[in-house]
Write a protein of this length. Structure first.
Length: 256
């Protein structure tokens, strides 16, 4: 899969979390998210316990709170959707500060915010402690369909190529007098043509890359690079997070 590609979400470190095999961390995060989603929304204390578990993992991985909170901004669109739910949902309403809010909408908003935030935080921690190449190797180790792994690998490998192509097109536009931050209807035509040209150039680049790969023996599948297995100790360390979350979830269902 080629050399590793550093990404902005990754934070280099030598913590015990960084040292875990990627497929162990992927399985742990998946199990944690499934358990969080399965928790009854009425057990509000349980989501606080999940947040404490993630905070403990972040501390163990030496990921600063500011680093984590900054990258949680990706869920802002979901927050906006959740804020609207109390105003548009049906059912009994309550008055709060002069506003009529739906009770079912409030519960739905809480459900989306709590579970969505915890899921995004777990994903950010996974990305912060695992390089992209290792994530692909982990998916490969977990027997994810090879075609999907290849698609993800090519996206990572050639994402910078497309970005560089966009940069050259921007420089070309500016050298011809196009304002870098042009606004209004007049700029839409130029941007639409640029998007079309970028699509064509990307498609042609993909054709050339595929031809080069075929000429070097590519037959539709990539070789398996990593056959390393995780030890029982490593699996037990990775299972600590979903196991603790499962205990919280079962308690929440018992008390609900």
């Amino acid at each position: 899969m080629g050399a590793g590609h550093a990404h902005r979400l990754y934070r280099h470190g030598h913590s015990p979390v960084h040292a875990l095999p990627p497929h162990c961390k992927l399985a742990a995060v998946l199990g944690f998210v499934v358990i969080v989603v399965s928790t009854p929304r009425e057990a509000m204390w349980a989501f606080g316990a999940y947040a404490l578990l993630l905070a403990a993992v972040a501390a163990l991985a030496r990921v600063p709170a500011g680093f984590l909170l900054k990258r949680l901004l990706i869920e802002v669109p979901f927050v906006a959707f959740a804020v609207l739910m109390p105003f548009v949902a049906q059912g009994p309403h309550i008055d709060f500060l002069g506003l009529s809010l739906s009770q079912s909408g409030l519960w739905g908003a809480w459900n989306v915010l709590a579970k969505g935030t915890l899921g995004v935080a777990a994903s950010v921690l996974l990305a912060a402690t695992t390089e992209l190449r290792e994530l692909l190797l982990g998916l490969q180790r977990l027997r994810m369909p090879p075609l999907l792994v290849q698609i993800a690998s090519f996206m990572i490998r050639y994402g910078d190529v497309i970005t560089d192509e966009m940069r050259r097109m921007r420089i070309a536009r500016e050298s011809r007098g196009y304002a870098a931050r042009a606004r209004g209807l007049r700029s839409w035509g130029v941007l639409a043509k640029s998007a079309g040209a970028l699509f064509i150039r990307s498609y042609e680049r993909g054709e050339r890359v595929h031809l080069a790969m075929v000429s070097r023996g590519y037959a539709g599948s990539m070789p398996v690079i990593d056959e390393a297995t995780a030890t029982r100790t490593q699996w037990s360390y990775a299972a600590a997070l979903p196991a603790a979350a499962l205990a919280v979830c079962l308690t929440g269902w018992t008390l609900a």
